[in-house]
Design a protein around this ligand. Structure first.
Ligand code: GUN
Length: 282
């Protein structure tokens, strides 16, 4: 069994996406709205911009002051909805507390909502209709398919119930005919549920939350979290010291952190931007 390392897949996808961009009559453009100075957001946004450059699409960051008013952000989004040169638009989260995150996220037009976070796109996903899909769940599916992990009829446990990860991911697993359980902080007998699952997705955000002894042999483990340990090193929810036992003794598949799911989220964001552009030209 193996570490499901995303790097080769990302390299392959970058090449494919470059080709698709070259076939378009107009370069797609991703507009990222960032409000305030959240440190992690700054890193995520610069990763997104770098990937746009690599694939050959345009990107623009609209970096707004921490104290900007709700009305002003609304106006910016409404203008971007009309702008011909904005293919995809996203509002980087979190945003300052005085702003209405749900309202602003949903104000982005469904077609331009490259994050797949609007009520329209979330609704389409749950009704099995075509729409934009949240990028981390999309990336997890791409990774599982690339490594030919069978999902049909499998027991899947997702330890996360967020609108960004757990809920949309549960819909994608259902589409693949898996049997899905969503666990959260109030879930009883979590360890038993983990042991009984064929596929475990963890997005808890706690270093060393899971170790080798928690998993049955042959489990596929998807670690979505990006945490930092005491030494400042990036890690997920699964103990790094246990990777070897998990993969070699327990014969599990495991997405590593770094170089796992995180790599996929950005590439899916770019792909979804290109898909929007392709639809616009067809
Ligand atoms: N903050 C953390 N993850 C995401 C994401 O996927 N999209 C946006 N817009 N903000 C985020």
């Amino acid at each position: 069994m193996t570490l499901l390392d995303a790097r080769q897949l990302v390299t392959k996808k970058v090449a494919e996406l470059k080709d698709r961009v070259n076939k378009l009559s107009k370069k797609p453009s991703l507009v990222i709205i960032r409000v305030g100075e959240d440190f992690a957001s700054g890193k995520y946004v610069s990763n997104k911009v770098k990937k746009c450059e690599e694939v050959g699409i345009s990107s623009k960051i609209i970096h707004l002051d921490e104290n900007i008013s709700q009305d002003e952000v609304e106006k910016i989004i409404i203008d971007l909805n009309k702008a011909k040169d904005a293919t995809g638009v996203l509002l980087q989260l979190p945003i300052p507390k005085h702003l209405n995150e749900d309202y602003l996220t949903n104000l982005i037009e469904d077609e331009k909502d490259v994050d797949g976070f609007t009520i329209g796109n979330m609704g389409k996903l749950s009704l099995n209709l075509e729409g934009n899909v949240a990028c981390t769940p999309r990336g997890i599916m791409t990774l599982l398919k690339e490594f030919k992990i069978d999902m049909e009829g499998k027991d899947v446990l997702i330890i996360n119930r967020s609108n960004i990860v757990g809920k949309p991911l549960s819909q994608l697993f259902l589409k693949e005919n898996a049997t899905v359980t969503i666990a959260h902080s109030k879930t009883k007998n979590l360890k038993e549920k983990i042991k009984a699952s064929d596929i475990v997705v963890t997005a808890v955000g706690r270093n060393n939350f899971l170790s080798a002894q928690d998993f049955s042999n042959n489990t596929t483990i998807i670690d979505v979290s990006i945490n930092f340990n005491e030494a400042g090193k990036m890690c997920g929810d699964v103990s790094k010291e246990d990777y070897d036992v998990i993969v070699n003794e327990k014969q599990c598949h495991l997405t590593p952190v770094p170089n796992g799911v995180g790599q996929m989220t950005v590439i899916e964001l770019i792909e979804q931007t290109i898909e929007i552009a392709e639809k616009g030209e067809s």
